[in-house]
Ligand binder design. Structure first.
Ligand code: SF4
Length: 426
């Protein structure tokens, strides 16, 4: 038996797929080279946007053809599934399995599998590894399906998390992502997010710690101090603002004001300036924001634009609002026109490009470590990767210089671009 996984959506889903793959391979089930060669196809889906859901519905014809060619094929759906969609998916997939009980389901399959297959070699060592620290979410932001698809927030045992970090680092991981829908609400057996960060930072080895996603309401002083003072934590994170207008934030059920968000960013920036030196003392910030939430007026949008200018984000994931069935916001009228949503999207993009370019200029002339994720040919040999501040960097490899994905290479930053940096080997 061989498996194939198709993953849609966020890092959390990719991390879950990794864990499913590890679980299967520990049972001796290898990954197939292609969908056609697989005996079991697992789709790990995302319901955050309708387009992702439609892509899964769109697999129906493909599966029909694959089943004709291979009648014993097993198709399994897991991930973020809205309950009301489940019945429709039951018609396409042989099994629809909750992500939290996936391991149990795999174990029930193990009897069949163990009699058919032999353990295979492990897949290649991963350089960048996601480790879930929480699953689910209790926040019920008005536009979001996650609390319905993934259930309430559950924190994993910190001892298991730290063991996983240790093992991954021993195997060569250079970048550990601590993952969850609301990471800084982590609490298990008296250990909170700040303490978990301190414990992870104390693990020996040369690796970087990243985390996503924190919620502004849970970023307490202890967490600010921990992320700024623990040197393995990179000076970058995503802090979703969603809107810069207090009325819209309230309608979204985001329990903070624009002023509180700005004060939090100031506090974080101040803590990094106090705890770190050089370019490490500058935190790069990205955010998530929605334009055209039901009832959002032009003036309310302008408050978001003003916040964007004030904070000066390095990156932003800007979404045009679209209703997701089952959420509180889906009951509201989606009354902002598509052209207004588009105009607001473009306005924020314009501000982002300007602030990001300005922020990137601070890096020119510095020598920074880059975690290489790709080496490629394009009129010569090039490498690209990420700095600790999560900036994309591209640099030419001089003749005779060997470099591969997973290497950490020092480069001199030579050029600031709107969403990245140009560099050369020093
Ligand atoms: S914090 Fe809000 S947006 Fe994030 S997963 Fe929870 S409900 Fe969704």
């Amino acid at each position: 038996m061989q498996y194939y996984i198709i993953t849609y959506g966020c890092q959390m889903n990719h991390s879950d797929s990794e864990r499913i793959a590890d679980h299967l391979e520990a049972k001796g089930i290898p990954m197939a080279e292609s969908l056609e060669k697989a005996d079991m196809i697992i789709v790990n889906m995302c319901s955050v946007r309708q387009a992702s859901v439609d892509r899964v519905f769109g697999l129906s014809d493909r599966f029909r053809a694959l089943r004709t060619a291979k009648p014993g094929l097993i198709t399994v759906l897991t991930g973020c599934i809205v309950k009301t969609d489940k019945k429709k998916f039951d018609k396409i997939f042989d099994r629809v399995v909750e992500i939290n009980s996936f391991a149990d389901w795999l174990d029930s399959l193990a009897g069949v599998v163990n009699s058919e297959t032999k353990p295979e070699a492990k897949r290649n060592t991963k350089i960048s590894v996601g480790i879930p620290i929480t699953t689910g979410c209790d926040n019920f932001c008005a536009y979001c399906v996650v609390p319905y698809t993934r259930g309430p927030l559950i924190s994993r045992d910190w001892r298991i998390i730290l063991e996983e970090v240790e093992k991954r680092v021993e195997k060569g991981a250079k970048e550990i992502w601590l993952l969850g829908q609301n990471v800084n609400n982590y609490h298990f057996d008296g250990v909170d997010f700040a303490q978990l960060i301190e414990k992870a930072n104390a693990i020996p080895g040369d690796f970087w710690i990243r985390f996503t996603s924190p919620h502004p309401k849970d970023f307490n002083d202890a967490a600010v101090k921990a992320v700024a003072s623990c040197v393995k934590v990179t000076p970058y994170f995503n802090l979703a603002v969603q809107s810069g207008d207090d009325t819209i934030l309230k309608a979204m059920a985001r329990p903070y004001t624009a002023k509180q968000y700005i004060e939090l960013v100031d506090k974080i920036r101040q803590a990094f300036r106090e705890c770190r030196t050089g370019i490490e003392s500058t935190v790069a910030l990205s955010t998530d924001v929605i334009v055209g939430f039901p009832g959002e007026t032009e003036d309310q949008f302008l408050n978001t634009a003003a916040l964007f200018k004030k904070i000066g984000f390095d990156m932003a994931y800007i979404a045009r609002y679209s209703p997701r069935s089952g959420t509180a916001a889906a009951k509201l009228s989606d009354d902002v026109s598509e052209s207004d949503k588009e105009h607001r999207f473009l306005e924020l993009t314009k501000i982002l490009f300007a602030t990001s370019q300005r922020n990137n200029e601070k890096y020119v002339g510095t020598v920074l470590p880059v975690l290489v994720n790709k080496v490629f040919e394009k009129e010569g040999r090039w490498a690209s990767g990420k700095t600790r501040s999560y900036k994309t960097v591209k640099f030419r490899l001089d003749k005779g210089i060997e470099c591969a994905a997973g290497d950490i290479v020092n480069v001199r930053i030579t050029e600031a671009l709107p969403l990245g940096l140009g560099a050369k080997l020093p």
